[in-house]
Write a protein that binds this ligand. Structure first.
Ligand SMILES: Cc1cc2nc3c(=O)[nH]c(=O)nc-3n(C[C@H](O)[C@H](O)[C@H](O)COP(=O)(O)OP(=O)(O)OC[C@H]3O[C@@H](n4cnc5c(N)ncnc54)[C@H](O)[C@@H]3O)c2cc1C
Ligand SMILES: NC(=O)c1ccc[n+]([C@@H]2O[C@H](COP(=O)([O-])OP(=O)(O)OC[C@H]3O[C@@H](n4cnc5c(N)ncnc54)[C@H](O)[C@@H]3O)[C@@H](O)[C@H]2O)c1
Length: 476
């Protein structure tokens, strides 16, 4: 359904932003019969579908398959050349539907949602104005709720010359139509390491500039193992440096804090993202334009009277991950529908409460080796005041892993809260560990005592047997 432009309409719920999170909010709210309008200024599907999760993983996957084959005698001999970059890029483009959102619009309509295309901004309580590209303004008034799901935008550091040097953001790095000869990457976070490896394996000469260790916030060994892998892929990893000045005259010239210079054809800046809260009319409801939002566990924005403004996903200040944002989106959609019918109880771990955001957030970094982590790291658990026991195990010593790859390199860490004898955090680093992560998420969310986990017997010979080894090393 498309809404008629340039009109004033009253609906139950207005969702601003049709990324993965906005889609989920809208779908859940509409299931109960509420009328829901979704406003989108670019592509239905958001960042994740077109410039983030999907294209970046499509760029990485063929390199992983090739590297996996090279680790297996018999298969390695059948690998006779490098990646076919053109075909990898073509498959990436297939996954973005060539940046066309027709199929996602079709889904939205099939879910009974109404799409309004244009730029939305709040115009006072419960009111949203949408500026269409045809110059019309559609005014929407929400009986129940307005939900902000506007996502996030990249942060460009204030480095002399950087803004004028046509730097790449993750959008350019996931949608590029050709492999740059030389690529410099600034940052040591997830975007930087994933895209540095993707482009290195596609043939770029990559220099990674990180001001500290890689993957800060994860267990330290995760960043170390990923750094070693990047170096093995030929990436020139320079730690402890920052750009002092950037110029572009054809090539980009990055002058570094240590006096050295890096020249490249493209310069990807991957120094984090901030919630997209600018220009969306927050000041019309008593909040600060561009300021950070704070939401309670039901997604209600704090500091706004009347319990009608919600936020979910990247914009909300909660973890900037598609799956976690969608979880928050389901909570918001459900709680809006439930509150429309009457008062709602929202204790922790209820359907209407995003409790997992605080202590059970899973994330996979899709490098080779993969980093799969959930819950608290050892340092975070100690900071939280827990009596912690940390157990490490080399995944390569597990029979299943040794079958997956010759010379399998990887490590697992289990963090146990000794007072309750429950697992509060797990990290796996290694080939093919991404699919292992959900077992850890279930253990952490379920607060399964280690003595009961002992009875969750992993199949032989799978990499999952690392669970048995971790529990044995723990002392069972
Ligand atoms: C390179 C990269 C790779 C990533 N890979 C992963 C991954 O593998 N796994 C993972 O879990 N996460 C990944 N992420 C994070 C993930 O992309 C985000 O967490 C996710 O997209 C957030 O969803 P969202 O719906 O909150 O926001 P978005 O996907 O950003 O969607 C927001 C939507 O709101 C629209 N919008 C904004 N303002 C307005 C307005 N005023 N009016 C109308 N519409 C508006 C935007 O156009 C957009 O479509 C990655 C991020 C990047 C940058
Ligand atoms: N696989 C995944 O789940 C995945 C993949 C990509 C992105 N994401 C999400 O997208 C978000 C953005 O990712 P990101 O990597 O851009 O951000 P990030 O916050 O993870 O990392 C930012 C990096 O930039 C560095 N940095 C920040 N300011 C700097 C400066 N002025 N100079 C030099 N270095 C600087 C930081 O030290 C850090 O290493 C993250 O929240 C991430 O979770 C997830």
């Amino acid at each position: 359904m498309s809404a008629e432009r340039g009109t004033e309409q009253v609906v139950d719920v207005v969702v601003v932003g049709a990324g993965p999170v906005g889609e989920n909010v809208a779908d859940r709210a509409a299931r109960t019969g509420l009328s829901v309008v979704v406003v989108e200024k670019e592509l239905v599907g958001g960042e994740c579908s077109y410039w983030a999760c999907m294209p970046s993983k499509a760029l990485l996957r063929p390199g992983q398959a090739l590297a996996a084959a090279r680790r297996l005698p018999g298969a390695a001999e059948a690998v006779t050349g490098p990646l076919d970059a053109e075909r990898v890029l073509a498959r990436r483009t297939y996954f973005t539907s060539d940046w066309d959102d027709a199929s996602q619009v079709q889904w939205l309509e099939s879910a009974g949602l109404t799409l309004v295309r244009g730029i939305a901004r709040l115009a006072g309580p419960r009111r949203v104005e949408v500026a269409g590209s045809d110059g019309t303004t559609t005014v929407l008034t929400a009986r129940q709720a307005v939900v902000l799901a506007t996502g996030s935008v990249p942060v460009l550091p204030d480095v002399p010359g950087l803004a004028g040097s046509r730097p790449w953001t993750s959008r350019d790095a996931t949608s590029a139509k050709a492999v740059p000869g030389r690529l410099a990457v600034l940052g040591g976070g997830v975007v930087a390491v994933e895209l540095a490896q993707a482009w290195a394996r596609l043939g770029s000469t990559v220099t990674l500039l990180a001001r500290s260790g890689l993957l800060g916030g994860q267990e330290e060994f995760a960043g170390e193992l990923v750094e070693a892998a990047l170096r093995a892929d030929g990436v020139d990893v320079r730690r402890g440096v920052s750009p002092a000045r950037v110029t572009r005259d054809g090539a980009v010239r990055v002058e570094l804090s240590d006096g050295s210079v890096v020249e490249a054809d493209e310069f990807l800046v991957a120094t984090g993202r901030r919630p997209a809260t600018s220009g969306i009319g927050l000041e019309t409801v008593g909040l600060e334009d561009g300021g950070a939002l704070s939401v309670d566990d039901t997604g209600l924005v704090e500091g706004v009277d009347g319990s009608w403004l919600y936020a979910a996903g990247d914009v909300s200040g909660r973890p900037k991950l598609t799956h976690q944002g969608k979880y928050g989106g389901r909570v918001v959609g459900d709680v809006i529908a439930a509150r429309a019918a009457g008062p709602v109880q929202t204790p922790p771990w209820s359907r209407f409460t995003a409790t997992a955001d605080h202590r059970a957030v899973p994330q996979v970094v899709f490098t080779d080796p993969e980093v799969a982590q959930v819950g608290l790291t050892a340092a975070q658990a100690r900071e939280a005041g827990l009596d912690v026991k940390v157990v490490d195990y080399e995944i390569g010593d597990v029979a299943g892993a040794s079958l997956v790859a010759d010379g399998y390199t990887g490590r697992a860490r289990m963090v146990v809260d000794e007072d309750r004898r429950v697992v509060v955090g797990v990290t796996f680093v290694g080939q093919d560990v991404a699919e292992l992560l959900h077992s850890a998420t279930v253990a952490v969310v379920g607060e399964v005592p280690v003595d009961r986990l002992w009875h969750a017997v992993p199949s032989y010979p799978t990499i999952s047997e690392v669970w048995l080894r971790l529990l044995e090393t723990y002392g069972l």
